[in-house]
Each structure stands twice: as structure tokens, then as C-alpha cells.
Ligand binder design. Structure first.
Ligand SMILES: Nc1ncnc2c1ncn2[C@@H]1O[C@H](COP(=O)(O)OP(=O)(O)OP(=O)(O)O)[C@@H](O)[C@H]1O
Length: 259
């Protein structure tokens, strides 16, 4: 296998006395689609904060193309659970924000963003305001904004959790197309197992802190995939069973801790 795009080596991190990661190591290859699933409070968001350079490891390395990740170096983009669009800026002014922050002139930023509106399914929304868009459209705007940072890796934190089932499925299929087209590496936090099975090359399962190891499930179903393929594939059924058993185990540990 080629050299990893992202490498996490012996990561240690704690909030005060609470140890979240202890000697955690993993790596991610260029253009992989990784989902992260696991119980609430197991450190998924904290892992994203470390990758974004918003927290510093107590010990260990986080390397992107062999270089230590620095605070907001712009090589990792982020799509949050809530779109966090600025309500008083038009859609195009929202998406060019990362370019403006880099000091790129507004006219040039518009020229860069404008052609993307069609492929992001947002044609005609340029001069509208966020409140005029559906939830799925707002998440596509948010994704376009992260893409325009020029980042190699996009971190998606439950981006579809607020959408209804039909919009969610449409967005999942849309995201898979974009991932293939844009040739990015995606790490997606989700609580939806079917979503993880549909999207991922590998699923990382987080465990309650202190986490020393990510359990990993490889999804070998061929692409392109649909949700029907996921539902009809018997090998995925056993992957799902394995994931559910893992969650039950974590649930039992959690129950013991709170009793
Ligand atoms: N800023 C903080 N200060 C102190 N402790 C924190 C902070 N953020 C998170 N924690 C604690 O760290 C642990 C991991 O939290 P984190 O939010 O990363 O988990 P998570 O897996 O993303 O959870 P969820 O699925 O509920 O979003 C939890 O015990 C949480 O209470």
C-alpha cells in the first residue's frame, strides 16, 4: 500500500483528568472514504478537533503527508452537523468565505465558486439567503464551502442527521458521486450504520475512553453502490451484526460505569 495521507501515531489526549486517547494509532490512505461510528462520548468529535488543530495532543503525532498538522493550516476541511451558514450573507458570499479569509479578491473568489453551483445542485441559489434553502441544500452549501478551502481531507460531522429519510438518502448518494468526482479523502462521523455501510471503504468503531484502539471493519462491496445493494448483500449483513455486537458490548461497559 502507498504511503498514508494521514497518520496518527501513539496519540495521547486528555481533558483535565479524563483520558480520551491512549497510544492510539491509525492511518488513512489518499481518497479513502472512512466512517467513524461509536457510542456517545467516545471521542469522535475530539478526534476531529485534534485533526483540525483545535486541540493539541498530549503526546504523539498527527501527520498529514508526513507533516505535523498545525492549527488551521487549511489542509483539512470541516462540514459540521448544523450548516453554520451566515444568515445575512447570500449563498455565494457564504461559500467564498474561506477564499476571502485567505486574502483572495472577491471577484476572483466569485469566478472560482460560480462554476461549482451546477455540480453541487445549487444552480440559481447564488443570490438567495440561507433561510430560503432546504436542509439538504444548506448542507450542500456547507460542503461546497469546505471544498473551496482546497483541503485534501474533508471531515463531516453527522451532516445528514437533521434531514428526513428521503432527503438523507438523496444526499448520501449525492455525496458518493461528489467524493468520486472531486477525488477527496472523506472522514464521516455518523450514528447511522446503513449510512456507514453505504459510503465507506472502512468503518472505524470508537470505544469508550480511554480509547487505545479503533476497531476496523472493511467494506468490500463494489462501487458504485446503492442502498438496495447494501440491503441485499449478505456479507454486509454480517458486518452489521458485528457492529451491533460491538455497540452492545460498549453499552454494557457504559451501563456499568454509570451504575
Ligand atoms: N471541551 C471539553 N472539555 C472537557 N471534556 C470534554 C470536552 N469535550 C468533550 N469532552 C468529554 O470528552 C469525552 C468525548 O467527547 P466527544 O464529544 O469527543 O464524544 P463523541 O463521541 O463525539 O460524542 P457524541 O456522539 O455524543 O457527539 C466525553 O466524555 C466528553 O464529556
Amino acid at each position: 500500500m502507498s504511503k498514508a495521507l494521514l497518520e496518527v501515531n501513539n496519540l495521547n489526549f486528555h481533558y483535565g483528568k479524563e483520558e480520551i486517547f491512549k497510544d492510539l494509532s491509525f492511518s488513512i490512505q489518499n481518497q479513502e472514504f472512512i466512517s467513524v461510528v461509536g457510542p456517545s462520548g467516545s471521542g469522535k468529535t475530539t478526534l476531529f478537533r485534534l485533526l483540525l488543530g483545535l486541540e493539541e495532543p498530549t503526546k504523539g503525532d498527527l501527520l498529514l503527508r508526513g507533516q505535523v498538522i498545525k492549527l488551521r493550516d487549511g489542509n483539512i476541511g470541516y462540514v459540521p452537523q448544523k450548516d453554520l451558514l451566515i444568515p445575512w450573507r447570500t449563498i455565494i458570499d457564504n461559500v467564498i468565505l474561506p477564499l476571502e479569509l485567505k486574502g483572495i479578491h472577491k471577484k476572483e473568489a466569485y469566478e472560482k465558486a460560480a462554476p461549482l453551483f451546477v455540480s453541487f445542485g445549487l444552480d440559481g441559489t447564488e443570490t438567495l439567503f440561507p433561510s430560503m434553502l432546504s436542509g439538504g441544500m444548506k448542507q450542500r452549501v456547507s460542503f461546497m464551502r469546505a471544498y473551496l478551502t482546497g483541503a485534501d481531507i474533508l471531515l463531516l460531522d453527522e451532516p445528514f442527521s437533521a434531514l428526513d429519510a428521503i432527503s438523507r438518502l438523496a444526499m448520501q448518494e449525492w455525496l458518493l458521486e461528489q467524493w468520486k468526482l472531486l477525488k477527496k479523502t472523506i472522514i464521516l462521523i455518523t450514528h447511522d450504520l446503513d449510512e456507514a455501510l453505504l459510503m465507506s471503504d472502512r468503518i472505524f468503531v470508537t470505544t469508550l475512553p480511554p480509547m487505545t484502539k479503533l476497531k476496523e471493519v472493511q467494506i468490500s462491496l463494489s462501487r458504485p453502490r446503492t442502498m438496495e445493494d447494501v440491503m441485499n448483500d449478505s456479507s454486509l449483513l454480517s458486518a452489521k451484526r458485528e457492529l451491533i455486537q460491538q455497540f452492545r458490548k460498549e453499552g454494557e461497559i457504559f451501563d456499568k460505569r454509570i451504575k
